[in-house]
Design a protein around this ligand. Sequence first.
Ligand code: S3P
Length: 436
Amino acid sequence: MEIKKVAFEKPVLNGEITVPGDKSISHRAVMLGSIAKGTTSISGFLDGEDCLRTIEIFRQLGVSIERNGTDVTVDSPGMDGWQQPADNLYAGNSGTTARLILGILAASRVTSVLTGDEYLSKRPMNRVALPLRSMGASIEGESDSSNLLPLTIKGGALTAIDYEMPIASAQIKSSILFAGLAADGETSVSEQTVSRDHTERMLEQFGVAIRKEGNKVSVKGGSVLSGTAVRVPGDISSAAFFMTAAAMVEGSSVTFKDVGLNPTRTGILDVLEAMGAKIDILEQSDGLGEPYGTVTISHNGLHATEISGELIPRLIDELPIIALLATQAQGVTVIRDAAELRVKETDRITAVTTELKKLGAQIEETEDGMIIHGPTALSGGVLSSYGDHRIGMMAGIAALVASGPISIEDPSCINISYPTFFNDLEKLAFPVDIQG
Ligand code: S3P
């Protein structure tokens, strides 16, 4: 097994970084560029493994996609011109690829088999397959319940639905809206708690008229998409690792350039502020869909907070690193209403609790969250990534506050969302010793 060992002697983080492109926005840019007729130019694309899977799938469907680093050009005949894929479509580890593409394939004219890696093959697909089937989609698995990949999708005519989501999930919302683009009638999705809205913003950029009423969003079937230019800002979920590091390590101050500031994603900034970190934000916008800006996070002491309710979907992917942060804060931090963490790339409640306990953290698992007592001195140790990029990065950041080296088992999963994570760690933290 591959192992990476990270050690520091009294580190301080200082400097400026530009984190790689937003994963959610990169996926959607390739998907909508492929559905649209014509050319879509994407800049700032995340060249991480998950988004590369999305590109590969659309290439198999006959869409021409050229990538030069973080610049991607999609040339599509439009959804009606896609070809029958010669092989299964492989989503790798990417839940976003699988769930969003299910909605797209259901509305297409092709028949395909969608597969995933060992982790993705255990993650629930019924959350999208059930509403899609109620639109008339033909999605079949190996068993009758067919909640798991591989799934066979026979594209065909769909009927619009008015769907109330049982959980706050942008993946479900997006999958249904994508299917709704080709359905007969107007498809609506309502959510009780607001989830990330990149799909809604990008649909408008591609020329689709969407209707919003409170927490309900609707698209009309037969909407025509035209290729466009998409600029992907830095991923705040990647920046969150070094934002947290800067907030934890005394004397640190880190600036993040061109990072996404979509309000449905900035829960991490609210938490850092509530816990006492100093935050400076210079917001910019190019008027193209997504707000972004320059953010500086500086250490300023840390105290506990409570994280629950509507805040959860705004920082769902940041909860592993927030748990580490809480081990260094004065008081008891409580995380509630986050049962969704159990069906991410791994069960993140069990994974975070197990791994942080190995370092001496006082952390308890609850059904829908964690309770963390701080501050605690952490020791070094050998931590597993569980093949989950965000657990692997949490382990890397833990080395900044641990008294000994941290070894990360299976660190390559970090390439899924942040291929330059260790470069940025070396750039910002001094002195650093990374082996393996
Ligand atoms: C994502 C939505 C979230 C998030 C995932 C990306 C998206 O999942 O955890 O990393 O791009 O739509 P859910 O929709 O399941 O909450």
